[in-house]
Design a protein around this ligand. Structure first.
Ligand code: 13P
Ligand code: SF4
Length: 352
């Protein structure tokens, strides 16, 4: 066999490998939202082969949030997870190079936790409407106004905002950390819908605390409405409707299950229900489709454009010859203060 022939065979084998996974998933980029085809996978294969070879040669690890494109999460990532799991993974990784297929605040968190490692974000400066909603000065002003309050920041925030906060949380631990807080007054940033959901959960647990919300909303989850949930119930009475706590509280109250990205994935895996409407991001539906091939997912998910800016092409570029803007840099003092807030979260979670 010639070199060219063996390359063609390898590429076809890789396309078949990808298709054996992606074939179960909706290609949300396709005009009619059809399933991934073998031809889609043939386009991905030369990239995934090159990336998987190069990451070994360079001693890099690829971490990908569940919301990344599936050719990334399932084709090249060494680990896919929600924001909590990915930060733990960044802390524990033995590799000196982390390629983070996520958004800026996630890659920044990895750098804060592992300052000695090089961290790259393929989707240059990929933003998040929540992280953009609060500035460092906003937190300084809030602290001056409420000097006795504890500052709890959702991980979807910049390093400078984390540095001004007492403790960080993710959607997988927010309720327990807020409930366990010794403070009676809590400034919660930057998700005002999550703050509403916290108040409801504290009431449900019979815990009295004043929550002072400040910030904005997630531009993906804030679009869901109670009307949509009611219409979905009528249309698909057997379907379980599930959502992320970044959704408005009047939506969450109508859903069958509310949870972090990983909690929703676990719920779908474990419940005997077969029909679902997922009020969250497309990427988690892809993971659910792969894990639950016999279950039906109606088309309710939305796209986080920032997450989808990570592509095989820009991930390969970062491994081959990274643009200076692809490397995540966090000023040393900011990183040190932000790390305290993240470590406080790890300590709280480990107490359980
Ligand atoms: P998770 O913490 O569930 O991964 O959520 C992160 C996020 O950005 C959700 O929109
Ligand atoms: Fe930010 Fe929303 Fe995208 Fe999550 S889905 S990264 S909160 S914009």
């Amino acid at each position: 066999m010639t070199c060219d022939q063996s390359d063609i065979l390898l590429t076809e084998q890789e396309a078949q490998r990808l298709f054996s996974i992606l074939g179960y998933m909706t290609n949300f980029r396709s005009p009619k939202k059809q399933k991934y085809t073998l031809d889609d996978c043939r386009e991905f294969a030369p990239f995934t082969l090159a990336i998987n070879r190069l990451k070994k040669e360079k001693g890099a690890i690829i971490l990908a949030h569940y919301y990344s494109n599936p050719e990334i999460t399932f084709g090249i990532a060494d680990f896919r997870g929600d924001s909590y799991a990915l930060s733990k993974q960044a802390a524990d990784a033995r590799e000196n190079i982390i390629v983070f297929c996520g958004v800026s605040f996630m890659a920044e968190t990895a750098k804060i936790i592992s300052p000695q490692k090089k961290v790259y974000l393929p989707a240059l400066k990929a933003g998040c409407s929540l992280a953009d909603a609060v500035s460092e000065q906003d937190v300084i002003n809030l602290k001056a106004r409420y000097p006795k309050a504890q500052v709890i920041c959702y991980i979807n925030s910049t390093a400078a905002v984390k540095a001004q906060s007492d403790i960080c949380v993710t959607s997988s631990n927010v309720y327990d950390i807020v409930a366990a807080s010794p403070a009676e007054q809590i400034i919660f940033i930057p998700d005002i819908y999550m703050a509403d959901n916290i108040k409801i959960e504290l009431d449900r647990r019979g815990i009295k605390k004043e929550i002072i919300p400040f910030g904005g909303t997630c531009c993906v989850h804030d679009k869901y409405t109670p009307k949509l949930v009611e219409e979905t119930r009528q249309k698909y009475p057997q379907a379980k409707i599930i959502c992320h706590p970044e959704c408005p509280s009047d939506v969450c109250l109508l859903c069958d299950f509310v949870g972090s990205t990983s909690a929703m994935i676990k719920y779908v895996r474990q419940t005997p229900a077969v029909e679902f409407a997922i009020l969250s991001e497309d990427g988690i539906v892809n993971t659910m489709q792969y894990e639950n091939t016999e279950k039906v997912f109606y088309n309710y998910s939305r796209t986080c454009g920032s997450m989808k800016r990570n592509t095989l092409a820009n991930t390969l570029a970062v491994l081959q010859n990274p643009a200076p803007e692809a490397e995540i840099i966090v000023e040393a003092q900011v990183a040190q203060n932000a790390k305290r807030a993240i470590d406080n979260m790890f300590k709280e979670v480990e107490k359980k």
